[in-house]
Design a protein around this ligand. Structure first.
Ligand SMILES: [Zn+2]
Length: 255
């Protein structure tokens, strides 16, 4: 048995609808000590998929639905936003959303859609799970001006100056297995207080040539512990508690 398996973990960001063998991966995650998974949607189809997977796995998979900047396409925008609003009460967060200035979708259109999502977040007081690429500062300005109370800067690789502002504003950042090799991600995780860090996999993203699964949140745990010079136990306990509090997850009986 893996020595990490006794630590209760939460994978806070998993594209479960993209996994090739979902049942096997969910079982392996449970065996590895994963107590809950936040399933992430990106567009109409994956949002539906994540809601179905969550309905099939009550108390284990918790859905977040969103509109990823890569997926924004003109005829579908209103339908997708309406779908998010209609299903918002059954979700723990809105995500994955944000801005990606390397994506082909025009910046103006991305901002327009993101602004509507920010309004939903403020109106329904829902957490935003944020994707930012070459856009951290802009995303931060938009959500603070827009009155977003709670947000997670997923896989944070922005500047350390902005990180201080993110922390001061009460927001979170999340850590992925990219800690194995990404200096900007490592520096951010080193700098951020453990109380504001969540663990995730962003599965099925490939890290160092290997496709990830929810059980790989153990890699994220190990890397955060190594970078911060803390025990696996302490990192697991605090980050799992962070996720339970932020997403208002039911009592997962951590002891
Ligand atoms: Zn993602």
């Amino acid at each position: 048995m893996n020595p990490n398996s006794r630590y209760p973990l939460i994978d806070g960001h998993a594209h479960l609808n993209e996994l090739k063998d979902l049942q096997r991966d969910l079982k392996d995650a449970k065996d590895a000590g994963v107590r809950a998974i936040v399933g992430i949607g990106m567009d109409l189809e994956s949002n539906r998929g994540i809601l179905d997977i969550a309905a099939d796995n009550p108390g284990f998979v918790f859905p977040a639905i969103g509109y990823h900047p890569w997926e924004i396409r003109n005829p579908e925008i209103e339908t997708t936003l309406a779908f998010i609003e209609k299903n918002i009460d059954s979700c723990v967060a809105i995500g994955e959303v944000g801005l990606d200035y390397k994506a082909r979708v025009k910046k103006a259109l991305q901002k327009e859609v993101f602004q509507e999502i920010i309004q939903l977040s403020a109106l329904y007081r829902k957490i935003l799970i944020l994707h930012c690429r070459y856009s951290h500062q802009r995303v931060f300005s938009m959500i603070t001006i827009g009155g977003v109370e709670k947000a997670v800067f997923h896989w944070y690789t922005g500047t350390l100056d902005l990180l201080q502002e993110i922390i001061a504003a009460g927001y979170y950042i999340s850590a992925t297995p990219a800690l194995l090799y990404s200096p900007p991600h490592q520096q951010a995780i080193k700098e951020a207080p453990l109380e504001r860090i969540l663990l995730e996999t962003d599965c099925p993203v490939s890290y160092q040539g290997r496709e990830s699964r929810p059980s790989d949140v153990r890699i994220t745990l190990r890397e955060v512990a190594r970078i911060k010079g803390l025990s696996l136990e302490e990192v697991a306990l605090i980050t799992t508690q962070n996720a339970i509090e932020l997403y208002e997850l039911p009592d997962l009986q951590l002891s």
